[in-house]
Every structure is written in C-alpha cells, then in structure tokens.
Ligand binder design. Structure first.
Ligand code: ZN
Ligand code: ZN
Length: 370
C-alpha cells in the first residue's frame, strides 16, 4: 500500500522548512542534494530533486525509481522525467507559478544554476535559508541509533582487518579488506573512499591508497567509515608496525592529548572556533603548530561531511544533539602523519564519545604476521 500521508517525522521536517520559507517570503524551494531530499521526504532515488511549495511536494525522478517512489513518497506528486533532470525541473517550477525559486547555493552546481536561470523566464532565483542544513545538524534519537550502528560496524571491521595485516601487503589490499569486513557486517557502502596510507603517503590528509607496502617499522594511517541505514561513521587511527620512532612517539602523544583536550571542551553553547583553538593550541605548544593543516572536525550524519564545521572559521555554537568528528593531525611531508578521529555527540552538559576503539600509544604499536 502506498503511503497516503507523510510520517509524523517527515511532516514535522516539512512544517519547519515551510515555516522558514514563509518567514523569508519564499514561495518555492528546490532541494537537489540526495541527503537533503531523503531527510525531507524519505525518498531514496538518485539523480532526482524535490520542489517544495506551501501546498505541494513534487518529486522529480526517473523510471528506475518508480518502485521507490511508490513505497516512499506515495503522498507526494511524482514526475517521471524522460530526458535530462534540469529541463524537467524548469517545467515543474514553471507549472508551480511562483515568482521566486530558492535553491541551496552550496549544493547546486554552477552549471545547473545557470541552466535554471536561463530556462526560468520571469522567475527570480534566490538563495535558500540554511534551515535544512541546520535541522540536519541536530540528530533525533532514531538518527543517533543509526550513526551508532555505523560506528559499531566500522570498529568491528577494523579490529578484524588488523588481524589480517601481513608484511608486504599494499595499502589497496588493506583498504579492500577493511571494506569487505564492513560489508560483511552490514555496511551498504563505505562512508567515503577509505584511506589507508603508509609512511610518506600519510603526510597527505586526503591520501589515496596505492601500491605502498607494509614493512617493519612503517606507519599506517587508516581513515574509514561504514554506512548503515543511510547514516555514516568516520574514524581514523594511526598504527606503527613493530616499533615507533622517537619522533613519532612525541607526535602521537601531541595529537592524542590535543584530541582529548578538544573533546573535554565540547559542550552545547561553546563556539566551534573555541574548540578548534583548544586542539590547535596544544599542538602549537608541542612545536607542531604549522603541521596541523586542516579544521578540527565536521558534522556527520547522512553525509560524511555536513554542517557544522568544527573549525577556526566558524563562530557558530555547538547545540545538543549535534554529532561531530574530532580529528586533529600532524603531518610531516615526506615522512608521514598522525591523525586520530572519533565521533562525538554534543550534550547540554558536555559530550559523549560514540566511538570506542583504543587509541593509547601502547595499542598504536602493532605486531603483524609475515
Ligand atoms: Zn575521517
Ligand atoms: Zn572526518
């Protein structure tokens, strides 16, 4: 039976978005980012978009997702396009007879925006308020459960993978094993392209796994996550095979303490930049200030990188229910890098660390088979 009414949760999200539209005198909102329209309607199809007005919700998709549309958005109008998405959107927006159309500026490509502007005669394109991203920042109990499940899968897969590491294996082999172990445990896809980076490759915060091989005394950085019911986890651990060089021992302790201090500073009402500053200050005090080259963390949920940004650039405050990563790192070009990342839920009294893999210096030194 197709649903004739949206669920209570979906209805409440729609109500909140419509209220923001009303306040900003926006008659129509185009939602084109899959995680956003899934959040707002429950529709899982790809290459689709949703038009929200005060009276209607129109899902624009194609024949591949007819079954999903029937099951998930039986209560909405559904248009199946034959050709490209953008011309179909132009036609749907035009038939809604609105004077203005709001789009999410950070989530629509310049090409799509230009094509919409060209196609929409007499309809002005305006920037949507950040309501949808802000709603998504604070997770419901049901969402927290799904993120938690994605963390459990990632952690268990990591432990299983560690046991299989052998001297001579490549980064790609380790990444494949990690992703295989996650799938075996119910992850539908890796939360993002898994990073397995050995030695100098680990000096790149966004390293791509390749043919570097595990050898005695090497450093391996793993940054990976699972997807369960659409929700993601995102973890990083750095390990040393057999022994840890003195220089990296100091770096590891600096990163670990920086992360612990930042986690202790997290609480609803605290500014993002102030948490970032706590982590950054400790790393600077250890003499590696120049080598922490990215923000401290980011929101996590249906997307692996979503609002808020836990960085020096943001004076936004933390709110209870937000889930953020805390991932300081120190990178020495040509030598390697250390990053430690956990997923944390913000509460009114502080925070709860949702991930539980060990990270002490002692457990970062591992033995591997030959
Ligand atoms: Zn990560
Ligand atoms: Zn991350």
């Amino acid at each position: 039976m197709p649903q004739k009414k949206p669920s209570k949760q979906i209805q409440s999200r729609l109500d909140q978005v419509r209220e923001a539209m009303r306040q900003k005198s926006i008659p129509a909102l185009l939602v084109a980012h899959p995680a956003d329209y899934f959040y707002l309607t429950g529709f899982t199809g790809e290459d689709s978009a949703v038009l929200v007005t005060s009276r209607s919700v129109v899902v624009v998709t194609d024949g591949r997702f007819e079954g999903a549309a029937d099951k998930e958005v039986g209560w909405a109008k559904v248009r199946f396009r034959k050709g490209e998405l953008t011309p179909e959107l132009v036609s749907v927006v035009q038939s809604a007879r609105c004077s203005r159309l709001a789009i999410q500026p950070e989530k629509v490509s310049v090409a799509t925006r230009d094509a919409l502007r060209k196609g929409l005669k007499g309809i002005r394109l305006v920037d949507a308020p950040p309501t949808l991203s802000e709603l998504r920042e604070c997770k419901s109990a049901a969402e927290l459960k799904k993120i938690d499940a994605a963390i459990r899968v990632a952690e268990s897969a990591y432990r299983a993978m560690l046991k299989t590491i052998r001297i001579g294996q490549t980064e790609l082999e380790l990444a494949a094993r990690l992703e295989y172990e996650m799938k075996r445990r119910g992850s539908t896809e890796p939360a993002f392209g898994s990073i397995v980076a050995i030695d100098a490759n680990a000096a790149l915060p966004h390293a791509v796994p390749g043919q570097r091989r595990v050898k005695k005394g090497c450093l391996i950085l793993f940054d990976w996550g699972a997807t369960v019911d659409g929700y993601r986890s995102d973890l990083t651990r750095t390990v040393f095979v057999g022994s840890i060089p003195a220089k990296f021992e100091a770096i590891y302790e600096a990163v670990l303490t920086s992360q612990k201090k930042a986690i202790a500073a997290i609480c609803a009402g605290v500014r993002m930049c102030d948490v970032d500053a706590v982590a950054r200050q400790h790393i600077a005090d250890c003499g590696f200030g120049e080598r922490f080259t990215h923000g401290l963390g980011h929101g996590l949920g249906l997307d692996v990188h979503e609002s808020p940004s836990l960085s020096w650039r943001s004076d936004q405050t933390l709110r209870a229910g937000m889930v953020v990563t805390v991932e300081p790192g120190i990178y020495l070009p040509g030598l390697g890098g250390v990053r430690i990342e956990d997923d944390v839920r913000v509460t009114s009294k502080g925070c709860q660390v949702m991930s539980h893999l060990s990270k002490s210096l002692k457990t970062a030194v591992i033995d591997v088979g030959r």
